[in-house]
Design a protein around this ligand. Sequence first.
Ligand SMILES: CC[C@H](C(=O)O)C(=O)SCCNC(=O)CCNC(=O)[C@H](O)C(C)(C)COP(=O)(O)OP(=O)(O)OC[C@H]1O[C@@H](n2cnc3c(N)ncnc32)[C@H](O)[C@@H]1OP(=O)(O)O
Ligand SMILES: [Co+2]
Length: 145
Amino acid sequence: MKLGRLNHIGVATPSIPESVAYYREVMGATSITEPFDLPEQGVKVCFVDTPGENGTNGTQIELIEPLGPDSTLTGFLAKNPAGGQHHLCYEVPDIAEARAWFEGLGKRILGPTRIGAHGTPIFFLHPKDMMGQLTEIMESPRGGH
Ligand SMILES: CC[C@H](C(=O)O)C(=O)SCCNC(=O)CCNC(=O)[C@H](O)C(C)(C)COP(=O)(O)OP(=O)(O)OC[C@H]1O[C@@H](n2cnc3c(N)ncnc32)[C@H](O)[C@@H]1OP(=O)(O)O
Ligand SMILES: [Co+2]
């Protein structure tokens, strides 16, 4: 497998509105999506676009806020009340091939491959098998380019 594009950095936050104000006022972000709920994942999500080489297509900041009491994020925010870097997401051309690659290496895959916030198939790899980094693998919306 080859290292793919860093699609987004997942950043957990206790408050998306506070994080949006920070990215806009402190970091000068100009392109931020409206927040939306992903109840099946127990998160509210919002994307901050960072500029790429030609001013677009940069890696995004994926702001994630717990939605409901048993959100996947509850444990993380209990340990990190101010929030912070939560996961990295890399693109792959073929999610099934990638899954077989990591399974072959004995890495723990967290649950079934499912559709993520960008509408393409994803899976997560346990941080303890990934040098302490919770890692999301996502099939590229660009077909791997
Ligand atoms: C926007 C939607 C998009 C989508 O899913 O489509 C998302 O990105 S949603 C983001 C939230 N969803 C997930 O994170 C799914 C995968 N995560 C999990 O299954 C859990 O969070 C898990 C298993 C990584 C951690 O489980 P839990 O929170 O219950 O904590 P534990 O105490 O069991 O953790 C075990 C061990 O791992 C360390 N840990 C936990 N979270 C992270 C992290 N984000 N980065 C690095 N390390 C993490 C934790 O500290 C424990 O370590 P230990 O040394 O044993 O204390
Ligand atoms: Co993500």
